[in-house]
Ligand binder design. Sequence first.
Ligand SMILES: [Zn+2]
Length: 265
Amino acid sequence: MKIGFSVLKKPVEECFEYAAKNKFTNLEIDLYNKYNFLDSFTGKRINAVKSLAKKYKIELSLHLPYTLNLAEKVAMIRKANIDYAIKAIKLAKKLGAKFIVMHTGYLVYPRKEDIDKKTSLKNLIYSIKIILRYCKRYNMAIALENSGRNEGGLFKTGVSVDDFRFILENTKSKYVNMCLDVGHANLVEGAEAYIEEFSKKIISLHVHDNKGKRDEHAQIGKGSIKWKSLFEKMKQKNFNGVIIFEIFDDNLAESKKILEKLYIQ
Ligand SMILES: [Zn+2]
């Protein structure tokens, strides 16, 4: 089983030893973490991270900033977001990362005439199609992550099974996959609804818990997610992707123990 955690608070270089010591196989570099901004990866840093990954036998993935907006309605701004994603693909290739995770985008404080999911989704598809050219060129998979419900003036895409069906049907490519965020799904239809329909596309699971109201990123078992039945379902579907903890708690070794107990039983 591939299992890792998201590097949310530290320079990635500082996580390899801990990861290896606790038998994690993966690290996901959050590019929204101020220690790991995309442009901080100079040639020298890339080489250093690559050699650490090799030394500790850790597989890498990248997580693009949550603020990335591939569904942006202003074309010039959308282009900047696409350009960022392309740069991230190039960085992932240089680092030897296996895939990159990205959110699907949103409208900010939509006006009445804007509340149109289809337009946002179409903008997103347009962006993904451009990004796909680079996925092919660099042989790099992307994993689109589902979001939780709308909040704080954001009208999000990728918050429902319907959204993902539209996205996957309109991009049809082996490079376009899904990162199922179990915590986010718990705020809407629940993870099992996504697994039922998209199991073949799910290459990564983000695991963290909540009580169904707020995106708490809490320790496994601290919320209302039914982990046992969820993992049963994943096993039935022969999931062989990566499980990534996105927990704000620092005790990731403990998270791993809890999960292994749940998964193995
Ligand atoms: Zn996530």
